[in-house]
Design a protein around this ligand. Structure first.
Ligand SMILES: [Mg+2]
Ligand SMILES: [Zn+2]
Length: 225
């Protein structure tokens, strides 16, 4: 492994934050019909991109500030995240945030942590119309037919030579987990990693993530593993 760049692809909702911000926001706004769309997404009758787009289209654009305040103020960061960032910087580990969340809450929640904007991948939003329109600056490349919205494997394919590690919690991380060298997982993703025998370590805090990265640390100073 020596000499191989280590790149982390870290999920946001339910991973960096302890809960899912999109669900929390929609529950709060409770626009008529959103739950049926959510159920269609979970049952995979429609894609994540279609579902998220349709749910947000039920919310008036004039709610922008209220939405942002609600999500940002209520977001809870998983313990150890700041130590994890410091660890990545000191070890020269490249950290990319790969989020199915939306820019209007992902950037402000991450703002205190000083992560370069170009290392954060998420969906966009347009509040210029009557209702919220989600934009998809990182949609699937020709290798993915998942209609993901924010396509995590598309980002990962830009680093074919790296040691690729996925950190995540849910169904939107599964395709990336299957492509990764190994996975740091909790909740739903952890169950799938066990079932599918994907190489993985479990986590609950980012201190667990640091410990997992240390345990799988490439050999320093010459010899390959
Ligand atoms: Mg998640
Ligand atoms: Zn995709």
């Amino acid at each position: 492994m020596n000499g191989t760049e280590r790149v982390l692809f870290c999920d946001f909702d339910g991973t960096i934050t302890t809960n899912d911000n999109i669900i929390r926001l929609l529950r709060q706004e409770n626009p008529s019909g959103w739950e049926g769309i959510k159920d269609d997404v979970l049952a995979r009758r429609i894609s994540i991109r279609e579902g998220v787009g349709r749910m947000f289209s039920l919310i008036p654009s004039q709610r922008r500030e209220a939405l942002t305040r609600f999500v940002v103020e209520g977001a809870e960061i998983r313990p150890g995240f700041q130590r994890f960032l410091t660890y990545c910087r000191s070890e020269g580990i490249r950290l990319l945030i790969t989020s199915g969340g939306i820019d209007f809450f992902v950037y402000p929640i991450l703002e205190p942590f000083g992560i370069p904007q170009e290392d954060i991948f998420c969906n966009g939003s347009d509040f210029s119309g009557e209702t919220v329109r989600i934009t998809w600056p990182h949609s699937c490349d020709r290798h993915c037919d998942g209609d993901c919205g924010m396509c995590k494997t598309t980002i990962m394919r830009r680093f074919p030579a790296a040691e690729r590690i996925v950190i995540g919690d849910s169904v939107t991380d599964l395709a990336g987990a299957q492509l990764a060298d190994w996975v740091i997982a909790r909740d739903y993703l952890l169950d799938r990693c066990r079932e599918q025998q994907l190489p993985h370590r479990p986590f609950e805090t980012f201190d667990d993530v640091i410990a997992a990265l240390e345990a799988h640390a490439p050999v320093k100073g010459g010899m390959t593993e």
